[in-house]
Write a protein that binds this ligand. Structure first.
Ligand code: AOF
Ligand code: ZN
Length: 354
């Protein structure tokens, strides 16, 4: 039942931001009498949708929820109260909600009303599902994924900077699914000037999604007047150095980020995005920014498309600025998933703590 609730929750992957994905299954014995998931911030929570689906059958039911039912009135009313009013007998949650306004209060409310409460069933899966939201709440910065395409010999672009295309069409379509999960797609001014990407989500079907914000790290605001990142139905935010002055009328699309010795303080950049309720960031940039994030140990996940081509030794590496002279300094990554995508191989990697 909890696995079913988790699958339901994931249906909100492209729409719940900045809220977490949550699923709920209501049962009477072995029979599912109602189920629901949280679709969009501001709309009803998972439990309320499941209760509505169960109608009169929720009295005496067990509720399987992927997150502790909320106790607060935010954009919607408290789910704990809704479960109590519906006469639910037992609540099984996958995890406690660390959100400051809930944080155990939901469980306490339910227990005070005589409802049996258990928590922790499939907890690691529930945490993995909302890793971005948890990262923002618990670490004060978003979950960071770097998307890269590489040749077999580990090159990301020709010496000229040209990189269209290394990975195949199937891989480039796959990227859109990952973009849609992120609250922000982050790139650098260099990529805007050389590749001119639009960084929007384009699906071939009519899957609903919230367009992720595009973020350009542009110390001197050199790219604000050009580039396809300004087009399309998604907002764009330019982060710039304190001494750059945003052009007239662009104050809302720009923000200052700290710069030390000519380089952005990337940790501060991520904190700034967390303050704007970004749970998950997907970096799509060149070797300089990718290398800087990696060297700063800020990368949680690398989405790597390996194409069956060789670009030779004049081409650019995957990561710039990683200076490793001894084996003890090397960076280890864990392979979390491998998959064939068209003619390419997709690797999902997690850098190991130093
Ligand atoms: C639940 N069930 O389905 C969800 C919960 O903005 P609001 O008012 O919708 O509140 C968002 C907070 O509520 C969110 O940060 C998280 O703590 C909780 N989300 N809780 O019981 C749900 N989506
Ligand atoms: Zn709720």
């Amino acid at each position: 039942m909890m696995a079913r609730a988790l699958r339901l929750a994931e249906k909100g992957a492209y729409t719940t931001r900045p809220n977490p994905m949550v699923g709920c299954v209501l049962t009477q014995g072995e029979v599912v009498v109602g189920e629901g998931f949280h679709v969009r911030a501001g709309e009803p929570h998972a439990e309320v949708n499941a209760l509505a689906a169960a109608g009169g059958q929720s009295r005496g039911a067990t509720a399987y929820v992927t997150l502790e039912p909320c106790a607060h009135t935010g954009r919607t009313g408290p789910c704990a109260d809704a479960l109590i009013q519906a006469g639910v007998a037992r609540v099984v949650a996958a995890m406690r909600d660390p959100f400051i306004q809930v944080d155990g209060e939901g469980f306490a409310k339910l227990e005070a009303a005589g409802i049996r409460v258990e928590s922790g069933l499939m907890q690691s899966q529930a945490r993995a599902l909302n890793r971005g939201w948890l990262s923002r709440l618990e670490r004060g910065r978003p979950w960071l994924r770097i998307k890269l395409a590489t040749s077999l010999d580990g090159r990301s672009a020709l010496a000229s900077g040209e990189s269209k295309w290394i990975s195949g069409e199937a891989s480039r379509l796959d990227v859109h699914r990952w973009r849609a999960r992120a609250g922000a797609i982050l790139t650098g001014a260099g990529t805007v000037l050389i590749d001119d990407p639009s960084l929007t989500v384009r699906f071939e079907d009519d899957t609903a999604f919230e367009p992720p914000m595009r973020v350009v790290l542009d110390p001197g605001l050199a790219t604000v007047a050009r580039g396809r990142v300004r087009e399309g139905g998604a907002p764009t935010l330019y982060l710039h150095a304190p001494d750059a002055k945003p052009p007239r009328g662009m104050a809302a699309q720009t923000a200052v980020a700290p710069v030390h010795e000519g380089r952005f303080d990337l940790d501060a950049v991520l904190r700034l995005l967390a303050q704007r309720e970004i749970n998950e960031v997907q970096v799509e940039a060149g070797a300089t920014l990718a290398g800087a994030f990696l060297a700063a140990h800020l990368v949680d996940e690398i989405l790597l498309y390996v194409a069956p081509v060789l670009l030779g030794d004049r081409a650019r590496p995957l990561f710039d600025g990683l200076h490793i002279d001894e084996m003890t300094q090397r960076l280890n990554v864990q392979i979390v998933d491998t998959r064939r995508i068209g003619d390419d191989v997709r690797l999902l990697l997690q850098p190991q703590a130093p």
